[in-house]
Design a protein around this ligand. Structure first.
Ligand SMILES: Cc1ncc(COP(=O)(O)O)c(C=O)c1O
Length: 440
């Protein structure tokens, strides 16, 4: 019998061990929700946060304290937190916002929703987060903000980014949707930039089911974010500035959190560090094992950072795989039972049809044309070479993330056996296509 499962051999991952499902809610969350529902009989704020109330406010306070900021607004998603962050930062039609093309689309949607123009900087080849040198090259007099994403849970190079932003008086918004609890030089991400935006949606470090949080130390940014994201009844309680008073009631998105999501997430928040530690311990074990496997590099973790592994995205090494196609490599590992695919981002955001065809609003080429736009920004292959190489050649994505709880070492030993089996059979795999493998 052949050694490789793809060619008729036995699977390395035999089903004895399984990753836990995520998200999970336990007795604590269930009893907190049940208490909240009972309380809602006499206090409607347990069912709607339009005027705040204990469920929402205590979650906001706890979240801000955990991450280390003064102010918090709980929202109904990470995407809505990002949208009010961009508005609070004063980004307007025709303004330019620097962002990574190697991310989840919502890091960029918030810019487009403001009719502002995303300008793409390249990424660091090891951490896949914004490269400060590339940011510098993209700054113009129209640059109003930078949206920095801590993709997969690894922090971006915040010191350098903040220095550039300060020099040019640009607002920095951290997209921490995948990075709750991650640290950069001892500080939690989301407390370093001007505004931090988090998600507590289904696959995140802690969950409310759906939801998000906007954090800031800046009172003015906070009050502006209230104006856009909260019900006037709550804005009236929170906004102190008399100059903002007049705008309450003018532009309101229903972006507030459901109080029951806040109740669930507050319970989960108590476990954030313990769970992130388990994720780190499991993922670091896998990474250590992969160090001796040719053909693949484990995700880099900078010594200044604590990763929280929203995603585990290793790199395929074509120079070490004897000409094996990346798809074939992934197919061989999948046949062994390893949850792996060729990618998460797959296509840089700026090469997707919305950008290529200038069709975000399905007409008038907005936001790239119009009276507020003073240069013709188009996107093409070659704009961000590191991003494109990552997507085209190196990106791998494993089904490991917030679910890497408990002790997953026995399962990860089986994954490592699979990687080693594939590495030992590269010459044979080099002559196969994915279709041929599927027919084996
Ligand atoms: C990087 C990033 N930004 C923003 C979001 C949006 O968060 P939500 O789904 O809570 O709106 C996500 C969601 O997965 C994300 O991964």
């Amino acid at each position: 019998m052949h050694d490789l499962a793809a060619l008729g051999g036995e699977k390395a991952v035999d089903g004895t061990f399984e990753l836990p499902t995520w998200p999970q809610v336990g007795e604590q969350e269930i009893s907190a929700v049940s208490d909240a529902l009972e309380a809602s009989e006499s206090d409607i704020s347990y069912l709607t946060s339009y005027a705040g109330g204990p469920a929402t406010e205590s979650f906001e306070e706890a979240f801000a304290e955990t991450i280390g900021t003064e102010h918090a607004i709980a929202t109904n998603g990470g995407g809505s937190a990002l949208h009010i962050a961009i508005m609070a930062a004063g980004v307007k039609a025709g303004d330019e916002v620097i962002v990574s093309g190697y991310t989840w689309g919502q890091t960029v949607s918030c810019i487009l929703q403001q009719n502002a123009i995303p300008v793409y900087a390249d990424i660091d080849p090891e951490t896949y987060t914004l490269d400060p040198e590339s940011i510098k090259e993209e700054i113009t007099s129209r640059t109003e903000a930078i949206v920095v994403v801590h993709l997969y849970g690894h922090p971006a190079e915040m010191d350098e980014i903040m220095q550039i932003a300060e020099e040019h008086e640009i607002t920095v918004i951290e997209d921490c949707a995948q990075a709750t609890g991650a640290t950069y030089k001892g500080e939690r991400v989301g407390s370093i930039g001007d505004i931090g935006c988090f998600s507590i949606g289904d696959g995140k470090q802690i969950i409310g089911g759906e939801g998000g949080v906007l954090l800031t130390d800046d009172r003015e940014l906070f009050e502006r974010a209230c104006l856009y994201g909260l019900h006037p009844a709550r804005s009236k309680q929170l906004i102190e500035s008399s100059s903002f008073d007049q705008y309450i009631d003018s532009l309101i998105y229903t972006y507030r959190i459901h109080p029951l999501a806040a109740v669930i997430a507050k319970v989960q928040l108590q476990h954030l560090d313990e769970w992130n530690q388990q994720r780190r311990s499991n993922c670091e074990y896998l990474s250590e094992g992969l160090q001796t496997v040719p053909g693949v590099d484990s995700p880099t973790v900078r010594s200044s950072c604590e990763h929280v592994y929203h995603g585990y995205s290793p790199s395929f090494r074509p120079d070490e795989t004897s000409g094996v196609d990346r798809e074939v490599y992934v197919e061989a590992l999948s046949a062994e039972g390893v949850p792996i695919s060729t990618g998460y981002v797959k296509t840089p955001i700026y090469l997707r049809p919305v950008h290529r065809d200038r069709k975000y609003f399905f007409g008038r080429e907005l936001p790239w044309s119009g009276r507020f736009v003073d240069r013709d920004i188009r996107y093409q292959r070659g704009d961000c070479p590191v991003t494109e190489r990552r997507c085209d050649e190196h990106e791998l994505n494993m089904g490991i993330g917030p679910n890497a709880l408990g002790d997953q070492k026995p399962l990860f030993d089986q994954y490592l056996t699979a990687f080693r089996k594939v590495a030992a059979n590269l010459d044979e795999l080099a002559s196969l296509s994915v279709d041929e493998m599927k027919n084996c």
